[in-house]
Design a protein around this ligand. Structure first.
Ligand code: TYD
Length: 247
């Protein structure tokens, strides 16, 4: 599997037009880095796919990736992290594995794509480690930020969409999906409600700390309403890359 493909976004594999990438590169523009976050079952992957459709309509070159995963090595790490038999994994080990996958994704996929001028859409990034391992499991937030600086080579999202939803609603959705999932990714679904509450509060804290970058979006609305909110937030940045995104 080529590294730039997002295996779960089969409906919308990463796509970009080399011609457009070249003209952006000539102007020296770095691509935009947009990330999607939220507790499990918040609907972020659906929204990522809708935004990628929107970028395609604008004719903007883009790439889709995910974490954990995004590279062959990262997908192997993903299997280890998410299988049911990994429940009870030491939280420090868990944190390091997420960053192992992320370091590879940044080096091999995200950084080169941004340098080429592609817009990168990533299903989760470091904010997930802050929310889940930091706020959720109580690991030191400052240490996680240091790990980020080490592993991510100064690659930081330009805009992050946090789909904010009550854990009671999202757990129901996640359970439904895991029942039909082919792979064994059920570990997180088994987590206690209290854990998901802490993760949600963690994301809300991140949005308060960095309001310009981290945008909290109510995720119990219908899919199209949420999509329109995301487009409205992304538009000013996308307008720099495409005339069509300008009002
Ligand atoms: P994801 O594939 O986004 O799951 P879903 O689409 O079901 O929300 O993420 C898998 C799980 O990994 C999810 O429970 C969140 C967790 N996770 C962390 O705990 N820390 C991280 O740094 C990342 C990237 C994910």
């Amino acid at each position: 599997m080529p590294p730039q493909r997002a295996p779960r976004s089969r409906r919308k594999p990463s796509s970009h037009s080399p011609g457009a990438a070249f003209s952006l590169r000539k102007r020296g523009a770095r691509g935009l880095f947009l990330t999607f976050e939220g507790i499990d079952g918040c609907g972020k992957t659906t929204q990522l796919n809708l935004l990628s459709d929107y970028l395609a309509r604008l004719g903007l070159p883009y790439l889709v990736t995910r974490e954990p995963g995004g590279t062959e090595l990262g997908e192997q790490v993903r299997k280890i992290l998410l299988r049911r038999s990994s429940a009870g994994m030491d939280p420090r080990n868990e944190l390091l594995l997420y960053f192992a996958s992320r370091a590879q994704n940044v080096a091999q996929v995200i950084r080169p794509a941004l340098a080429e001028g592609l817009t990168v859409l990533c299903d989760r990034f470091t904010d997930a480690s802050l929310a889940f391992q930091g706020y959720g499991r109580g690991l030191d937030l400052r240490f996680i930020r240091r790990l980020h600086r080490f592993a991510c080579q100064e690659v930081n999202p330009d805009l992050t969409f946090v789909l904010d939803i009550r854990p009671e609603t999202s757990v129901k959705r996640a359970r439904k999906r895991n029942l039909s999932a082919r792979h064994d990714e059920g570990r997180f679904e088994q987590e206690a409600l209290a854990f998901h509450q802490r993760v949600r509060q963690g994301y809300r804290a991140l949005a308060r700390q960095e309001p310009r970058r981290v945008k909290l979006i109510p995720a119990e609305d219908d899919i199209e309403t949420i999509h329109q909110k995301i487009v409205a937030l992304a538009r000013p940045l996308l307008a720099r890359l495409s005339r069509k995104a300008r009002p």
